[in-house]
Design a protein around this ligand. Structure first.
Ligand SMILES: NC(=O)c1ccc[n+]([C@@H]2O[C@H](COP(=O)([O-])OP(=O)(O)OC[C@H]3O[C@@H](n4cnc5c(N)ncnc54)[C@H](OP(=O)(O)O)[C@@H]3O)[C@@H](O)[C@H]2O)c1
Length: 275
């Protein structure tokens, strides 16, 4: 069993632990004062060995994408060794807007193609036919390799599958060891049964996860940190990958190394009971 990647459709390998970039380059707006910290975090992530980077056109209003592109060029990591995910904003789901948004992301990243392009959030009353006509063309034209969605219920995911000419490879949703509120809607089971990855975002609850005694003692048994166990628990589940974010070099490294922690059945069982 390969413990580093999830394989879908017998061909594409997606790293089980990728690097989230919300707050890289700023919050909702660019914050140049954060650039040096953001650049250092991205450099560390690339050096440590992350190959999946998750961003969005709205992160720091595009500046997160710019910094990712710059860091990749500076560190000299080959483009084809990387898996880059970015997202189209729900305000840009009309036919022409989708092309414009994708072009903007490709320009800011400085990349010919995007590995995975997600609809960031569903929009009430969104026209699936129109949006997917544009997304399908992006795939057809080689600008995007795979399509996915984010924050979609089972019902909306099924609608996306009906309109996508290529498989929807992921639904990115909030999921962590102590916050399973979103996945209670059946989305995890649906993804697992249909060869779709569930990408768990906010996997350490934005740094607010409070380790209890069970998490602490399992961490001790593995000579690891409780947050690493929280990540190892997520990726121990079939079809689940995750994208923790950190600006701290030590945390960046620890999160990446969580992929090497293999939990026992007994440990998984007691962690399952934590929610
Ligand atoms: N699709 C969507 O709608 C959506 C929504 C939210 C997030 N996302 C994506 O998912 C990524 C991850 O989610 P997130 O950023 O919301 O939350 P997160 O990864 O759960 O938490 C990030 C926070 O946790 C802290 N942290 C991370 N690793 C740690 C560790 N090993 N030990 C201690 N603290 C640690 C970080 O602080 P330090 O910097 O101090 O380490 C940071 O403040 C985002 O960056 C983004 O790419 C997507």
């Amino acid at each position: 069993m390969n413990t580093t990647y999830e394989t879908i459709f017998n061909e594409e390998q997606i790293p089980k632990i990728g690097f989230g970039t919300w707050r890289i380059g700023g919050g909702s707006h660019p914050d140049p004062a954060q650039d040096s910290v953001s650049r250092a975090a991205l450099r560390t992530a690339l050096q440590v060995g992350y190959t999946h980077f998750d961003t969005a056109e709205v992160y720091a209003d595009g500046h997160s994408e710019e910094l990712i592109g710059q860091a990749i060029r500076e560190t000299g990591v080959k483009r084809d060794a990387l898996f880059i995910t970015t997202k189209v904003d729900p305000e840009h789901l009309k036919y022409e807007q989708v092309f414009k948004a994708c072009e903007g992301s490709r320009q800011r990243l400085g990349m010919d193609y995007i590995d995975l392009y997600l609809i960031h959030w569903p929009l009430a009353g969104m026209k699936f036919e129109e949006t997917f006509r544009a997304l399908n063309k992006l795939v057809h034209d080689g600008k995007v390799r795979h399509l996915g969605v984010s924050n979609f219920s089972v019902k909306l995911l099924k609608q996306s599958q009906e309109h996508s000419e290529t498989p929807i490879i992921t639904n990115q949703v909030p999921y962590s060891i102590t916050d399973r509120s979103y996945v209670k809607n059946g989305i995890l089971e649906y993804c697992q049964q249909n060869d779709i990855l569930l990408t768990a975002y906010s996997p350490v609850e934005k740094g607010r996860l409070k380790p209890n005694q069970i998490l602490r003692s399992i961490a001790e048994a593995h000579n690891a940190k409780p947050y690493q166990i929280a990540l190892a628990w997520l990726i121990s589940q079939p079809s689940v990958v995750t994208i923790p974010m950190s600006l701290n070099p030590q945390h960046i490294k620890e999160n990446f190394e969580a992929v090497n922690i293999i939990l026992t059945e007994k440990e998984i069982k007691s962690l399952n009971g934590l929610a």
